[in-house]
Design a binder for this molecule. Structure first.
Ligand SMILES: *Cc1c(COP(=O)(O)O)cnc(C)c1O
Length: 431
């Protein structure tokens, strides 16, 4: 199967070429030419399949000839070596914990999958590939960890100075080897803009082979459908319609859930929950898509003013707003509401949610005010310890530090400060 550019001014490419180039030459995001539904019998009998089988069945049509079947299976086994627990907190309310991977955020799934694919592709490449990635918090750590030590691949991470948590910063600045971190004087949108400019700079691209590991890359985006399918398998026996509430920033995660639905997975509704960066909730109200400058919040991984994957969601619904509206509700919550939700989840369920999960919980509760007979799952996208200060201050407790995190706390941060695109380019040409 091939991928086309959503800007429609570039040629179709294979999975391999889409992964290696990240974004199309016309600046469009790649999108699969076709999404073939899986047989209904697969969903009927999904409990008979292992999670590895489910993941293989879901992704194989997209990868097609780019990776042989046995290699793809091996990649999936390496990527999916941690659990995805679904924990019921209230009647018809459960959380899907996506933070059991090495960097304690859901991005481990996509980052590891992409790293393994690129590692496979670069085996027969002579020159090095540079992965250039902007992070609002968790992407950096997941990408750094996923690509650490992958031969033939160099990783350069841009992050907004002072706008990521201490643990997040250490996860991307302490690894060394083939991973380096650039600390940008600006916000996440500035980082993302510089990365996009780099991909369009033909002079730079003639000298350095660049690719992106943001969720614009199909190998980061598509594997995120796996855990929606695993969750469906677990909840199917409840016999209730299932709804997913996804705390959203760049909208890659929720868009992958929608691909799982296109494959035939029964889902009654999606909820995109955001912080005050409400470009999509506003769009769902007004039909007008107006990107904004991002605002800093306590759920910093969602501080995105112009969500890059929303064009993919529109494409999935063939730009039919009414159809999209039937399937998607979107709500925005401020930091005060988020903290109140963290407190109420803790007091009534004895569960510690991180600020992103709490936004997801709020979205779910908002939707369930009108729809009672559906089973709701909100995604807990990161471990609360990644947002240590906010969680401890809000809940008045001390969080135990997991060993995966304790290891990095006494390592030294190594980063390079940059202020603008010129400095980024000179870094890429000289390092
Ligand atoms: C990246 C991230 C999000 C947002 O995911 P998108 O796919 O960009 O919508 C939400 N929560 C956490 C903890 C994240 O790291």
């Amino acid at each position: 199967m091939n991928f086309f550019s959503l800007n429609k001014k570039a040629e179709d490419v294979s999975f391999k070429d889409a992964v290696i180039s990240g974004i199309a030459p016309d600046r469009g995001l790649y999108f699969p030419r076709e999404i073939k539904p899986l047989p209904t019998s697969f969903f009927k009998n999904i409990e008979d399949f292992s999670d590895h089988d489910i993941a293989f069945k879901a992704i194989t049509q997209f990868v097609s000839e780019s990776i042989p079947e046995d290699k793809l299976k091996e990649i999936l086994t390496n990527v999916l070596d941690f659990p995805f627990p679904v924990i019921e907190l209230e009647k018809n309310v459960a959380t899907l914990e996506l933070f059991h991977g090495p960097t304690l955020a859901f991005k481990d799934v996509g980052a590891r999958f992409m790293a393994q694919c690129l590692g496979y592709f670069s085996k027969d490449q002579h020159s090095e590939v540079t992965v250039l990635v902007a992070t609002s918090g968790d992407t950096g750590g997941a990408v750094a960890n996923g690509f650490l030590g992958v031969k033939g691949v160099k990783v350069v991470i841009l992050y907004p100075s002072g706008k990521v948590s201490d643990i997040q910063e250490r996860q991307l600045t302490t690894l060394g080897q083939n991973v380096s971190a650039l600390e940008v004087d600006g916000n996440f949108d500035d980082c993302q803009e510089m990365v996009k400019t780099a991909f369009l700079d033909s002079d730079l691209n003639s000298k350095v082979a660049l690719t992106s590991a943001n969720s614009i890359n199909v190998a980061r985006w598509l594997p995120q459908m796996f855990y929606f399918l695993f969750t469906y398998k677990k909840l199917k026996s409840k016999g209730l319609p299932i709804i997913f509430s996804v705390p959203s920033g760049n909208f890659g995660n929720i868009c992958a859930g929608m691909v799982a639905q296109k494959l035939g997975m029964p889902v009654a509704h999606f909820i995109a929950a955001t912080n005050v960066n409400d470009t999509v909730p506003a769009y769902m109200q007004t039909r007008e898509y107006k990107p904004k400058t991002s605002i800093a919040t306590i759920s910093n991984a969602m501080d995105v003013g112009n969500p890059s994957n929303f064009v993919r969601i529109k494409e999935l619904y063939e730009n039919n707003f009414e159809e999209l509206k039937k399937n998607l509700s979107s709500y925005s919550f401020n930091d005060e509401e988020t903290k109140q939700a963290m407190i109420s989840i803790y007091n009534s369920c004895n569960y510690i949610a991180d600020p992103h999960g709490a936004v997801g919980y709020l979205g779910l509760k908002e939707y369930q005010k009108n729809v009672s007979n559906a089973y709701g799952v909100f995604l807990e996208t990161a471990h609360p310890v990644k947002f240590l200060d906010v969680v401890e201050d809000t809940l008045h407790l001390d969080l135990p530090i997991p060993s995966k995190i304790a290891q990095i706390l006494d390592k030294n941060k190594v980063s390079t400060n940059i202020r603008n695109y010129k400095e980024l380019k000179s870094y890429l040409l000289n390092n």
